[in-house]
Design a protein around this ligand. Structure first.
Ligand SMILES: [Zn+2]
Length: 295
């Protein structure tokens, strides 16, 4: 109870201290005609949180790609303790599913596959997830976004075994999924592939590439975005990667798109609406990938 109070007090002070900086950053943003591919992974977000962010974004012309699980499982692993039922919402929740489908049909939101669940899933379960995805949404996922840690970077218990850096490419493993991805998925984000170039003008070619017979894409850490955006060239592309419910980032200019709680949500909205007023084009991963293919 006391630590929770301390956490909130700290955030209140950060909010008071940095609010002016964030306001002036947004006010003075003069970069025009950017192309933004905003992606969020569903980890930790409840139905209520998802609705309170996705609804206003979509209805204001901010297209997004949201990666979701089919369900949450509990095998007592660290992965199961990290995200769990009621703390994270998945497509097996009818209200969540209907909400996302409504946003997709009305505003062009993209629902991406984040795996069957948050724990390690054998190939047979991974495939079952794809079938369920089609049953729930009427189509196969276009985009797959890996969940979990990166093998050799995070502890093994936090890494899903079917990830491509773990056993996903090992043909003799029960967790081999490379062939399933090749057959079913058009765009894959895997192996924590972040864009680390320090450029002023990012092209589609900087994000999409082919590896292991898969069309893959890179993302920007959303925490790097405001710094990069302020010196971007017009028409540059950005692929910010955020979580709509990960509230541990400090409140400051750099983290505008990492912060979606009651303290900072309105600033994230203001930032995106300002970009839109400045002519930004918002695309889903699917839109951007199709554009890249057509070039
Ligand atoms: Zn995730």
């Amino acid at each position: 109870m006391i630590s929770k109070l301390k956490f909130h007090l700290k955030k209140c002070f950060q909010y008071i201290r940095n609010n002016k900086n964030i306001d002036s950053f947004i006010k003075n943003l003069d970069v025009n005609n950017l192309n933004i591919v905003l992606t969020s992974d569903c980890d930790h977000a409840t139905l209520k949180r998802h609705k309170s962010i996705i609804q206003p974004l979509c209805s204001n012309g901010i297209k997004i790609t949201v990666a979701t699980f089919l369900c949450l499982e509990d095998d007592k692993s660290p992965l199961a303790k990290h995200c769990y039922k009621n703390e994270t919402t998945a497509l097996d929740n009818k209200e969540f599913r209907e909400f996302l489908l409504n946003m997709r049909d009305k505003y062009g939101l993209e629902i991406a596959y984040h795996g069957f669940s948050q724990i390690s899933n054998k190939r047979i379960i991974f495939e079952k997830g794809l079938k369920l995805f089609r049953e729930y949404t009427g189509e196969m996922p276009y985009t797959y976004v890996e969940h979990g840690g990166l093998k050799n970077h995070h502890i093994d218990g936090m890494c899903k075994k079917e990830t491509l850096a773990f056993e996903g490419k090992n043909i003799s493993s029960d967790y081999y999924i490379l062939d399933i991805l090749r057959e079913n998925i058009k765009a894959v984000w895997a192996e924590h592939d972040y864009l680390d170039q320090n450029k002023e003008n990012y092209l589609l070619e900087d994000f999409f590439y082919i590896k292991d017979g898969l069309n893959r894409f890179k993302r920007h850490k959303a925490s790097m975005l405001s710094n990069q955006i302020s010196r971007a060239s017009n028409n540059s592309y950005f692929f910010p990667y955020t979580h709509f419910n990960y509230d541990l980032f400090d409140i400051n200019v750099g983290n505008i798109l990492e912060r979606w709680d009651i303290y900072s949500r309105s600033k994230a909205f203001e930032f995106l609406y300002k970009l839109k007023d400045n002519g930004a084009n918002f695309l889903t991963v699917k839109d951007a990938h199709k554009l890249w293919l057509s070039k």
